[in-house]
Design a protein. Structure first.
Length: 315
């Protein structure tokens, strides 16, 4: 706990999952039908987190409450207080009035907007994650320690993973490829079409170039202080103004998203933020494509079998 405030786990679970072909955030993948974010919650509570904030689509709130919210409220955090649970809905109602949503637009506006939707739920340090990724228990312990040492302004943290361990055999993936120096993040290049080739090499399909498999990438495992929210809002509003300008010029991208790695890169380049890159001893895995499901299910069975997780995560 930092300065008497609960450290929050903020779970971004409002994405469309278009490549997966369904709501992978609530796909029962564990040996007892656990959803993937339950493992993140379990690891975070063990590390010392005391609050869980779910960012969901409005129509998914009741489902996630039924799966997770009820039993979490009966749990006790390591500091002895009841675990706090909050929900934030990511929808178009929170978009500033100066921007009119095109009738053809159905996609959410990305991870920057998602985190902004949770602003009222976050009063202290927070770790922000994807719902459909498994990050490993060590990542939460590492992040919790970092969040308790971050100053109130100007600093953030990120757990990085090796690119070679985050690609999918079943299609291209998007990753924030990082440039680092002395443990600090210097730049992130959002690379949207990375393909694991049959020979084991990794290729940026857009730029048609090979990538270093040992490169560190962002998997949206961020540590922020509440002071980041004004910068988030300014950046998101500038993003919307750029969309309006593109609309006037007849070139608005109706699928454009405002992404946390791109925003963090901007804040680093403008000197507004320094980001410590943390490393985890655990291996990431996740579900981008439906074909990834069997691998993830097998990994979870193995972890249960090794005693990393109890028979039931819901007791």
């Amino acid at each position: 706990m930092s300065n008497g405030r609960q450290v929050s786990l903020v779970i971004m679970a409002a994405g469309l999952g278009s490549r997966y072909g369904g709501d992978k955030q609530v796909d029962g993948i564990g040996p007892h039908n656990e959803i993937l974010m339950e493992y993140s919650i379990c690891d975070a509570l063990r590390a010392g987190f005391g609050k869980v904030v779910f960012i969901v689509k409005p129509e998914m709130a009741e489902t996630v409450e039924g799966l997770c919210g009820g039993y979490l409220r009966r749990k006790t955090a390591l500091d002895g207080r009841p675990v706090e649970v909050a929900f934030a809905c990511q929808d178009f109602s929170s978009i500033p009035d100066f921007y009119t949503i095109p009738a053809e637009r159905s996609r959410p506006f990305g991870t920057v907007h998602a985190l902004l939707c949770a602003e009222s739920c976050v009063q202290g340090p927070c770790c922000v994650i994807n719902a459909d990724d498994y990050y490993g228990a060590d990542a939460y312990r590492t992040m919790y320690r970092a969040l308790n040492t971050l100053p109130e302004t100007g600093r953030a943290a990120m757990v990085g993973y090796l690119l070679k361990n985050t690609a999918s055999l079943h299609g291209s993936v998007s990753r924030g490829v990082c440039t680092m120096e002395d443990g600090r993040l210097r730049a992130i290049h959002e690379t949207k079409k990375i393909r694991l080739c049959a020979d084991g090499s990794l290729r940026d399909l857009t730029a048609d170039r090979l990538l270093n498999p040992e490169a560190v990438v962002s998997m949206n495992f961020w540590g922020f202080m509440p002071s980041v929210f004004p910068a988030l809002r300014r950046y998101f509003e500038d993003f919307l103004r750029d969309l309006l300008q593109a609309r006037r010029e007849g070139r608005e991208d109706l699928a454009a998203e405002c992404l946390l790695p791109v925003m963090v890169d901007h804040l680093i380049r403008t000197g507004a933020l320094e980001v410590n890159v943390l490393r985890s001893a655990d291996r990431w895995f996740g579900m981008t494509y439906q074909e990834d499901r069997a691998l993830v299910a097998g990994e979870l069975r193995r972890l249960h079998g090794e005693g990393v997780y109890p028979e039931s995560l819901r007791t």
